[in-house]
Each structure stands twice: as C-alpha cells, then as structure tokens.
Design a protein around this ligand. Sequence first.
Ligand code: FAD
Length: 327
Amino acid sequence: MGATAPIGVAIVGGGPAGLSAGLQLVRANRRIAILDSNRPRHSATLQSHGFLTRDGAPPLELRRIGREEFEAYPTATFAQSIVREIEPLDPDEARGIGFPDGIGFAVRGTGVRGAPDVEFRARRVLVTAGLTEELPDLPMIRAFYGTALHSCVECDGFEKSDKPLVLIGETSDVFARALLISRFSSDLIVFTNAADTVTAHQEQQLAAIGIRVERRRIDDIVGERAEMTGVRLSDGEVIPRVGGFVRPRWHAPVEFLGDRALARDDWGLIVVSDRGETSLRGVYAAGDIVPPGPQQLIIAAGEGARVAGKMNMDLIRGALGVGQVDD
Ligand SMILES: Cc1cc2nc3c(=O)[nH]c(=O)nc-3n(C[C@H](O)[C@H](O)[C@H](O)COP(=O)(O)OP(=O)(O)OC[C@H]3O[C@@H](n4cnc5c(N)ncnc54)[C@H](O)[C@@H]3O)c2cc1C
C-alpha cells in the first residue's frame, strides 16, 4: 500500500481534464494525487488534432508532457492505479485528520504496471475518468477504429475531406452528425444498421443535400489489411466506402462509487452544477464524462482548469466556514 497522507484533492483519471485540473491545483499550493489507469478512450488513434500548439501530436505524447508538468511540483503525486473504491468519511473522522469542514473521502486504487496499491484521504474528489465506448456490434469494426473510422467529427473530419464516407449510428443524434459531416464530403451514406433513428422527414432533408440513408442491417466492415474498402450488408451487398464516422454508445465508468448513485442525464452522463459539483457533496466531475459528453482534448483540458478553480474556492470557503457559493 502506498501513500496515505491527507491531501486536498484526489483526481480520478489522468487525461487532459484531470491533468489540467491537477496542474491548476498544485499551483494553488494544494496537495493533489492523480490516479490513472492509463486506458484513454482515444488510445486507438495515433494523431490528435486541434489542440492549439500541438495539432497533429500523438495523444500519448500530450499525456506524457502533461504528466511531467504536473509532477514538477512538490505537492503532486501521480499514481498509476485503477480507483476501485471511494467512500465518504464520517465527519468526525474527517475533522480528526484536519479536514476543517468535516467533508472527506477515502480513495483506494489498485496499482497497474507494477505500481503499488494506493490509498488517500482527500478533502474533495474530482472525477475525470472519461467514458468507455461500445461500438456497434460488428466483428471487424475495431480493426478500423482510430484509422479509417472515427467518432469525433470535429477532430477527424478534415482528413476525410471529399472521400466516400459512412456514418454508422443507431442513436437519435445521427441526423445532426450527418449534417456536420456534410461540411467535409458530399459523398456520404448514413447507415442506421436497422435502427429506427432517422425520421422520414430527416431522410428527405438529407436527400436534398445528396446524403442517402441506408436502413438495411450491416453484416460487417470490409477491407484489405488496414484499408477499409466498404460496408457489407446482411443481404451480402458490399457498398464501397473508404472510411468515415461511427457513433458509439458511451458509458460513464463510476463503479468505484458503489451504491452511491450520482445524478445522470438521459445519456447516462454525470450531471454537475455550474461549479462542476456532482449530486454527491464534495465530488466534482469534468471532461468527457459530463454533459454534453465527448468533445475534444482542448475542451476537456479547459473544463478541468475551470472546475479546479471552483474546487479551490470550495476548499478555502470550507476551511473558513464561510459558505459554499463563490459570489
Ligand atoms: C478515436 C478517438 C480519436 C480522438 N481524436 C481526437 C482529436 O484528434 N482531437 C481531439 O481534440 N480529441 C480527440 N478525441 C477526443 C478526446 O480524446 C477526448 O475528448 C478527451 O480525451 C477527453 O478527456 P478526458 O480527460 O475527459 O478523458 P480521457 O482522455 O478519456 O481520460 C480519462 C482517463 O481516466 C482513466 N480512468 C478511467 N477510469 C479510471 C479509474 N477507475 N481509475 C483510474 N483512472 C481511470 C482512463 O484510463 C483515462 O486515462 C478522440 C477520441 C477518440 C475516441
């Protein structure tokens, strides 16, 4: 078992949201631990786009630089571990270890890649654990995800300009996504995989700008080596396509909170206040895991920094007993 000293904030997840929040908080003279299992959603991809000053950088490189900048501060701890359990402390126990407002949490993680297990006592928790993805159930789709197929149109649309594209989606936001992709290529087919998620009216609107809706069930994605060449439908017809976008279903991985259910929206994302606090007092969240869901690296980093500022003020106010809202 590793460090157990009381700290200001335990951050679950060392992606751009968590690293950025961590940097702000160590610079506010707080003792901060980031616990990260190193399983980012974008691990399938080799290049990230649109992060100012780092356009085209490998996402792992961004994380490495971010971790180095965070760890340069003496009050920073970066633990390679999977958080398994977060448990609120009894208020008397919290005060007993120096948490003046009686709010605190025990955060326990299992070490990964040979790192030791860790346990921290933290005044506040920030959940920046990102999302896990469930792609449509097609045998070969993973092989093309992150290269020919992507999920973030803003991140990867530019590289797909003027190509014959797919949008594969089984959810109600497929229409809006198709409109967004139409900025990059006029040769787009929307595959619903037999889900009833594009209305007849939307189909007409798409047809008016040259986008076809294909409602037959998909059998699989086909290709040669790493190159995607088409979409095979369940009746055997192969429609030639070189790449495009897929709309995964996303899940917020907060099992470590056990039965303490956090408020969620209709998509299952973790609902937070304007200050970034969840429905559980003292537990904050930022990045892809909060509505509106998956966005971009720079947005996750910006939100992490914003919420860190709110948490710092919450810690100051909690210590002085002067209420919670910072206005
Ligand atoms: C294929 C793909 C390509 C993308 N390309 C781009 C791009 O080009 N440009 C761009 O701007 N955005 C891109 N994105 C989006 C971008 O990756 C996300 O918006 C961003 O990473 C979200 O940051 P985050 O900090 O919220 O979460 P993540 O970056 O997902 O980080 C969450 C971290 O939390 C950790 N974690 C989860 N659960 C636990 C736990 N219990 N204990 C400890 N750690 C835990 C995970 O291992 C992970 O390291 C892409 C996404 C994908 C899927």
